[in-house]
Write a protein that binds this ligand. Structure first.
Ligand code: BV8
Ligand code: ZN
Length: 253
């Protein structure tokens, strides 16, 4: 990653009134959480995440889906720590007038790194609700180890994680905040997403159509290449801290 491009990106951030940031599974990769693109770790590698993260998958085998989420919850909550990329995003937010963080991730690593007001387009793996009546369910310790999902205390429906499955609508609040930020921002900073899943992947396009500059941080060139103005190739845990350093240096000038 050459210093010139980092400096160019830092100047864009320094001149921005409003930076919108869209993150995907890649920002949590260096925390040890497998992305959807990578084969899921261990015995999950023989399952297709898109099949498991769906009503059909849950109906077909609620126990399998429950165990998949309990394993992911354990790795996100017990084993994973925020990495330098998560921390850098919280530091950039403190250095620009307005910063809107929108994530496709269901882990809480942005919050644990100090980011506030994080918009979770696809929900959170640490929250649970009834698949039928949608009542919130507070998970008990023994339910984390159970082979089957718990049943709703009120209607008897199966309890599921409060995440957005494929084919399900995204929550209105986060969508409205994300759409407003994408249309209003000067810079759209995209970090660690393949840009494949809609409607989240629409946001960089929306920002670009509304005159924002799109910066993409990713080790690989992806689906957003055609609207990316500045591509910072590399892992977010390395690129973002360098961006913070360059931004801080500009502020000292
Ligand atoms: C909806 C929560 C309709 C669950 C998730 C055909 C064409 C277009 C669209 C569709 C289609 N068929 C179906 C659809 C719609 C579908 C969709 O987009 N499908 C895709 C696969 C084609 N979308 C939906 O179903 C959405 N709902 O459309 O509803 C509707 C409309 C009206 C009324 C009713 C219904 C719901 C989508 C949300 C699904 N839920 N997550 C859970 O987590 O279990 S999506 C899930 O996958 C993640 O949240 C994430 O969003 C997505 C994976 O994407 P990424 O985050 O980008 O991760 P990925 O692994 O793909 O990429 C990782 C990237 O990181 C890579 O680029 C890699 O290079 C990079 N990377 C790796 N290491 C690093 C790094 N980057 C930086 N640093 C590193 N170190
Ligand atoms: Zn219920």
């Amino acid at each position: 990653m050459n210093a010139e491009k980092i400096l160019q990106a830092a100047r864009l951030l320094a001149d921005a009134r409003h930076v919108a940031c869209l993150t995907g599974a890649g920002v949590s990769a260096e925390s040890g959480i497998a992305t959807f693109r990578d084969a899921q770790t261990g015995h999950w590698s023989r399952f297709d995440p898109q099949a498991l993260a769906s009503q059909a998958g849950f109906a077909a085998d609620p126990g399998l889906v429950w165990r998949w989420y309990m394993d992911r919850l354990e790795s996100a909550r017990e084993r994973a720590e925020p990495n330098a990329g998560h921390v850098a995003l919280a530091e950039i937010a403190a250095r620009v007038p307005r910063f809107t963080l929108i994530t496709q991730n269901v882990d809480d690593l942005h919050e644990r790194a100090g980011s506030t007001n994080v918009h979770h387009l696809h929900g959170s793996i640490g929250r649970f609700r009834c698949n039928e009546c949608e009542r919130e369910h507070v998970l008990r310790a023994e339910e984390r180890r159970a082979e089957m999902p718990p049943q709703c205390a009120v209607c008897g429906g199966l309890v599921r994680p409060d995440v957005v499955w494929f084919g399900e609508m995204l929550p209105r609040g986060p969508i409205e905040a994300a759409w407003e930020a994408a249309t209003e921002c000067d810079v759209m900073l995209v970090v660690g997403t393949s840009g494949i899943v809609y409607p989240a992947a629409q946001l960089p396009y929306l920002a670009s159509e509304n005159g924002a500059t799109v910066i993409d941080v990713n080790p690989e060139i992806g689906a957003l290449a055609d609207i990316t103005d500045l591509f910072l190739q590399g892992p977010s845990g390395e690129v973002l801290p360098r961006l913070v350093q360059a931004l801080s240096a500009l502020h000292k000038e």
